[in-house]
Design a protein around this ligand. Structure first.
Ligand code: FVH
Length: 305
């Protein structure tokens, strides 16, 4: 796939299904890199400026190229679009960069295998403006052979990273990172709601909160070392007893602000203290979180990428 497509039965190098904000950016970057591209979108008329070959149907788009990229909205939209054209996909490589859960990615990989389609799942860690730059990252998992074969094309979009042959891994890493990001955003907005009760603007709060949170991320590596080591008694850690956040919950309530975000942090702290671990480090709340799901494994128990 590193060479432009020369099979006369196939019209272009890559077909991109979905011309939303992200699909358009992906197709545009491919065109800028000199690739021939066929595009299709459910609703006609999106991305009119794109100098790509326009397919009238998903079937026409799929048959136009050996490499098919799906950038649709959800798992359901991928199944709805590709299900009816599965036979045409046979023998081709499908790179699905639509956001799906890990299990949905695995289901798509199993479905693709059933139809003789080589499957690679992609998780985009970038906004459309970052496509075509090294700043963006895209995680992949699924067929290693497909990843190696199409890497020169994938690298046009962003920095590519392969996470293993389990098709769900790229999505899992993506969604885990987004989970952290959204909790941080909610944490900021919760704090902004608290200080708003005494008249501080969200902008003023943001100016204080951003450098503070940024400095706090230095703590991740220390927590990670303790979690990976599995010993929460290592000296030098902030203890759970010291980390009890009941006063933060109360302060939020006193100000009339929904304490749910901070109560969600206090819950595993209280659980671990109640279980007799108050003198151990804060990172021990990881044990409450992982225990919430019976399938949880420690990192060393998982499959290597
Ligand atoms: N945009 C971003 O910043 C994020 C970055 C991280 C990854 N996401 C994921 O990328 C997928 C596509 O996102 P998008 O930004 O392109 O989304 P939209 O602009 O809303 O376009 C959605 C396209 O999906 C088509 N579509 C929706 N439902 C169906 C369906 N049932 N059958 C066929 N196509 C469907 C839609 O078509 P239309 O509405 O114009 O007819 C658009 O082409 C997404 O998974 C993000 O989570 C982007």
């Amino acid at each position: 796939m590193s060479e432009p497509n020369r099979n006369p039965a196939q019209l272009t190098d890559v077909s991109v299904l979905g011309l939303g904000a992200m699909g358009s950016a992906l197709a545009s970057a491919l065109l800028d890199a000199g690739r021939s591209v066929t595009v299709w979108n459910r609703t006609p008329g999106r991305a009119p400026g794109l100098q790509a070959r326009l397919a009238g149907t998903a079937r026409e788009a799929v048959t136009a190229s050996p490499l098919v990229v799906a950038c649709l909205l959800t798992y359901e939209s991928v199944r709805d679009t590709l299900g009816p054209v599965a036979d045409e996909l046979r023998g081709r490589t499908l790179v699905n960069v639509t956001t799906t859960t890990p299990n949905e990615s695995r289901q798509l990989a199993a479905w693709a295998a059933e139809f003789g389609v080589t499957y690679l799942d992609g998780a985009i860690m970038a906004v459309p403006a970052m496509i075509g730059t090294r700043e963006g990252q895209i995680f992949y998992s699924g067929s290693r052979a497909a990843y190696d074969a199409v890497l020169p094309i994938l690298d046009v979009w962003a920095t590519s990273e392969f996470h293993g042959e389990d098709a769900g891994r790229a999505s899992l890493v993506d969604l885990a990172m987004l989970s952290g990001m959204y909790q941080m955003f909610q944490g900021f907005l919760h704090g902004a709601a608290m200080v708003a009760t005494m008249g501080m603007s969200a902008s003023e709060f943001a100016a204080r909160q951003a450098p503070f949170l940024s400095a706090m991320t230095d703590g991740f590596a220390g927590f990670a070392e303790v979690v990976d080591g599995g010993d929460y008694t290592v000296p030098g850690q902030q203890s759970l007893d010291f980390s009890d956040l009941s006063h933060l919950v109360r302060a939020s309530e006193e100000q009339g602000v929904d304490p749910a975000p901070i109560a969600a942090v206090q819950k595993p702290i209280a659980q671990q203290i109640a279980a007799g671990h108050g003198r151990e480090g804060f990172a021990r709340i990881y044990e409450s979180l992982r225990a919430a799901h019976p399938a949880t494994t420690r990192p060393e128990e998982g499959t290597a990428a």
